[in-house]
Design a protein. Structure first.
Length: 139
């Protein structure tokens, strides 16, 4: 059976990361191994939901678990995961700062030169509305 192309394997990896609970677990584990009860307290989801997300991370090999008596500890499988999360934070910082820059430019636009009516922001997700003009901002 032929191996899937590398781009497909990468896509599966990023799909595995594509859940907010999984991302939060990985962020918390950057500080070192944690018991399930600590993860539950911080994340605030149902135990069954956390268990399901931990199982996905464990099956993928991105986290490992160990048992110390009645306590199950979870840890990152390696430092590369923490590096990936730091890279994602840097990328998002740039992307979001660019978005703020566009919004700031729109707020400063003279209504006589552009279509901006006022500088109130509607706050709609994925679509920043200023006055009566909708501006789509890349996500």
């Amino acid at each position: 059976m032929p191996q899937p192309p590398l781009y497909q394997v990468k896509a599966e990896f990023f799909r595995m990361l594509g859940h907010p609970v999984r991302i939060r677990v990985l962020e918390l584990l950057q500080g070192g191994p944690l018991p399930v009860r600590a993860l539950l307290a911080d994340i605030g989801v149902e135990p069954s939901n956390l268990s399901q997300q931990l199982a996905v991370l464990r099956r993928s090999g991105i986290v490992v678990s160990t048992r110390e008596g009645p306590v199950v500890l979870y840890a990152l499988a390696g430092g590369d995961v923490a590096d990936l999360l730091r890279s994602a934070r840097r990328i998002l910082t740039v992307l979001l700062s660019d978005r703020e820059g566009v919004l700031e430019q729109l707020r400063e636009t003279d209504p006589c030169e552009g279509d901006v009516v006022d500088d109130t922001v509607d706050g709609a997700v994925g679509d920043d509305t200023i006055g009566t003009v909708a501006v789509s901002v890349p996500q």
